[in-house]
Design a protein around this ligand. Sequence first.
Ligand SMILES: *Cc1c(COP(=O)(O)O)cnc(C)c1O
Length: 469
Amino acid sequence: MNYVSTRGLVASANFEQVLLTGLAPDGGLYMPRRWPTVTKDQMASFAGAPYAEVAATIIGLFTGETFADAHLKEMAQSVYGGFSNASVAPLTPVGDKDYILELYHGPTLAFKDFAMQILGRMFDDVLQRHGKRLTIIAATSGDTGAAAIEALKSCKYVDVVVLHPEGRVTDVQRRMMTTVDAPNVLNIAVSGAFDDCQAIVKQLFADHEFAERTSLGGVNSINWARLAAQTAYYFTACAALGARDETVNFVVPTGNFGDVFAGFAAKKMGLGIGQLVVATNANDILHRALTSGDYTPANVTPTTSPSMDIQVASNFERLLFEVMGRDSSGLREKMANFAADKTMALTTQERQAIAEHFISYAASEEETLAEIRRHYEKTGALIDPHTAVARCAAVRLRAQGALEGKTVTLSTAHPAKFPQAVERATGVTPSLPKEYSTLFELDEHMVTAENDVSAVKSIILDRVGAVRG
Ligand SMILES: *Cc1c(COP(=O)(O)O)cnc(C)c1O
């Protein structure tokens, strides 16, 4: 399997390079040169198959020569076998044709475990082969950091540094990161917002001397390997629904456009997906882009679904690349103009091409909390605010006649990760699964830093230097 950059200025890469570098050297995002296809026979074999088996087949279509089939299967079994639910990604009916796909049974109780866990194995495997060591750095608004630390803490060849905005993640989110006591894990609480953390990370990558010295690598959702792993649950969900000739819609709570783009990839691979619904919170740039063609970032509004408090959705570039017929020079120009003008207008043709696959809805805070309450009253089950944004979109769009037939809403986090919002909506405090009973007793390990790139840099150099001797 070969990969190209959306910006078209680098030679093609293999999966291993895509995994280790994340962003392409020309500033673009890697995309498979051709979409792999899943045959009807393969699709039929997914019905009733264990999650790990389907995942290994799907991921294998993207990893090409990098891992032997049996080895990939073994990695998938060991990773997904550690999830707390035997089905790994169980599907629960919530109405006549509506289902919830629970993606929060991994070790950090959010869907990011699906990709991050297997990435950890892939990193160690590839790095060991090359005798290399990598420093993975990530900025997090909460879930990515915990998933990355949990997945990479036992890696022999990876150091992991996570920047989170001090005081702006939930206690559960912070403790899932800081209570991990491992020599290769460094938590930095930055006195600033998530965007500041993100800006620092970007500056660190841009500092070539620093990046080289620490062998910097990234695991945010621009890393194609993450999206490759996430396409798997679209396949298992359709298989579980026994959907043959009818298509299935997916409603996806969206921030960086990664998860919903994985759904698009699954559709391109031949899966019978109807509509892909982009559900956003008040940070509605994607909803505006899809409904009016106006892609203009506003200021970030903090909401009860913080993992979606994002204005510039990095993976949107991948969709633009597709709808522009993979015209990378046109895309380069578009992205350069966007960087200069901080606004982008989609053409009628681009909007039409997007509308063939995607619709959108932006849920307000009031709607989100009302949906948590409504869902609880109707089913007796608690959902987290990110899931509620998506359920809200599903309910409203169906009422408007925009969604017909079987519809799966992705449930991306366990309600106990966002206890305040859930309690505010229902009066009930969701409890953490019992495996986490010591979370509030363990010591926390983190350092604090000013919102300043050189302060962060020297903290990292001290630590990475000490670990590597
Ligand atoms: C990261 C995250 C999202 C958004 O996913 P994207 O791939 O960034 O669109 C939604 N819900 C939860 C709980 C998340 O952690």
